[in-house]
Design a protein around this ligand. Structure first.
Ligand code: AQP
Length: 328
C-alpha cells in the first residue's frame, strides 16, 4: 500500500497543521510505503516572500523529522526537486475542466482575498498539480484535513476519465481524514479555520510556552458555563475540546467526560498544559535537527528515491497519450 501526503510552506506551521496532519504521518510508516513531501511549488500559488519560502521549506523538513518520521521507512522530499510533478501536471491539466476548477472552495476562498488582477493562474490550476502529486506514486491513501477532501475527489474524477480513455494507467486514491482534529478553528474566531497563510488566532509550532498559554487562556469562549461539544452553539468550547482530544489522542466524548463540572478558566488551563506538553519536546527535536542540518541529506536521498518511482509513472502516461518517449 502506498501513502502520500504533503504540506505547503506558505507560512509558519500551525497547531491545525500539526493536529490535522503532521502528528499522524508517522503512524502510517508501519502500514505501507510512505511518501511525504514539502509542497513548495504549491506555495508559489499565493504571494510569498522568497526568503520566507526558503525558510519555511527548510522548517517543514525539520518538522517532518521531529514528528518521528524515519527516513529509512519514509521517503521525504521537496516537490520541486522531482521534476516529474510539473511534467505530469502539464499533461493532466488537459483532462480537468475549467468548470471543475471553478467549483473548488479553496480557490473561491483564497481568490476572494486577492485582487482580481493578482490571482495567479497557478492558484486556479492548483488541483491539477495536486492530482499529479498523488497519481505519480500510484498512491492508495492520501491522509488530509477536511479542507483538502474536495481536491482528492477531483483526482477520482480525473483518474476515472483518464483510465476510461487510455486503459488501466492511473491508481485511484482514497482520502483519509483524522477522526479528531481534522479541522482546528481559529482561537479568536472559531467560525474560521486556523490557517497558516492567513493567520487569525493561530498557535504556531514556533510559539514559546508563554505565548501558547496566553493564546489559549484568551481564546474566545461562548455564553453559558458548560464544557460541552456543540459546534453550532458553543464553537469556541468545541474547538478547545477538539484541540485537547486530538493532542491527547482521545475521543471528544472522553474529553467531555473529563471536564464535566470544570469552569472555563480551569478547562483552558488544562488545554494549555496539554498543548505545551506536546509542543515543547517537539520544538527541542526541531531545533536539534535544524542545527545539525541532517535534513539536507534526507531531502537529497528522498529526491532520488521519489524520482525513481515518479519517472516510471510519467513514462507510462506519456506512452498512453502518444508522446514519443526516448528512453525506457
Ligand atoms: N486548521 C486545520 N485543522 C486541521 N488540519 C489542517 N490542515 C491545515 N489546516 C488545518 C491540514 O494540514 C495539511 C497541510 O496543509 P497544506 O499546507 O497543504 O494547506 P492547507 O490545507 O490549505 O493548510 P493551511 O494551513 O490553511 O495553509 P494555507 O493557509 O497555505 O492554505 C493538510 O492535510 C490540511 O488539511
Amino acid at each position: 500500500m502506498r501513502i502520500l501526503s504533503g504540506i505547503k510552506p506558505t507560512g509558519q506551521l500551525t497547531l491545525g497543521n500539526y493536529l490535522g496532519a503532521l502528528k499522524h504521518f508517522k503512524d502510517y510508516q508501519n502500514q505501507g510505503e510512505v511518501f511525504i513531501f514539502i509542497a513548495d511549488l504549491h506555495a508559489l500559488t499565493l504571494p510569498i516572500d522568497s526568503k520566507e519560502l526558503n525558510e519555511n521549506s527548510r522548517d517543514i523538513a525539520c518538522y517532518y523529522l521531529a514528528s518521528g518520521l524515519d527516513p529509512k521507512k519514509t521517503t521525504i522530499f521537496l516537490q520541486s526537486s522531482v521534476s516529474e510533478h510539473a511534467e505530469l501536471s502539464a499533461i493532466l491539466q488537459n483532462y480537468i475542466y475549467m468548470g471543475e476548477l471553478k467549483r473548488m472552495t479553496q480557490f473561491k476562498d483564497k481568490s476572494k482575498k486577492l485582487n482580481d488582477s493578482s490571482i495567479g493562474l497557478g492558484l486556479f490550476a492548483y488541483p491539477a498539480l495536486m492530482n499529479a502529486d498523488i497519481v505519480l506514486y500510484n498512491t492508495d491513501i492520501v491522509p488530509v484535513g477536511e479542507d483538502q477532501m474536495q481536491h482528492v475527489e477531483l483526482t477520482h474524477d480525473l483518474v476515472k476519465r483518464f483510465n476510461h480513455r487510455y486503459g488501466d494507467i492511473l491508481v485511484n486514491p482514497k482520502a483519509q481524514v483524522q477522526k479528531v482534529g481534522a479541522r482546528i478553528m481559529s482561537l479568536s474566531d472559531p467560525s474560521v479555520k486556523m490557517s497558516k497563510s492567513d493567520p487569525k488566532g493561530d498557535i504556531f509550532l514556533k510559539d514559546d510556552e508563554k505565548t501558547i498559554r496566553k493564546k489559549i487562556m484568551s481564546a474566545k469562549t461562548d455564553s453559558g458555563s458548560e464544557i460541552k461539544f456543540d459546534k453550532e452553539n458553543k464553537p469556541g468550547i468545541s474547538n478547545l475540546l477538539t484541540i485537547y482530544a486530538a493532542t491527547k489522542d482521545i475521543t471528544i466524548p472522553e474529553a467531555e467526560a473529563k471536564f464535566q463540572g470544570y469552569r472555563y478558566g480551569d478547562f483552558k488551563k488544562a488545554v494549555a498544559d496539554a498543548v505545551v506538553e506536546e509542543l515543547i519536546p517537539f520544538q527541542q527535536r526541531y531545533k536539534q535537527i535544524l542545527e545539525d542540518k541532517s535534513y539536507l541529506k534526507v531531502l537529497k536521498d528522498g529526491r532520488d528515491k521519489a524520482k525513481k518511482v515518479a519517472h516510471q509513472t510519467l513514462l507510462k502516461v506519456q506512452k498512453a497519450v502518444g508522446i514519443l518517449t526516448l528512453d525506457e
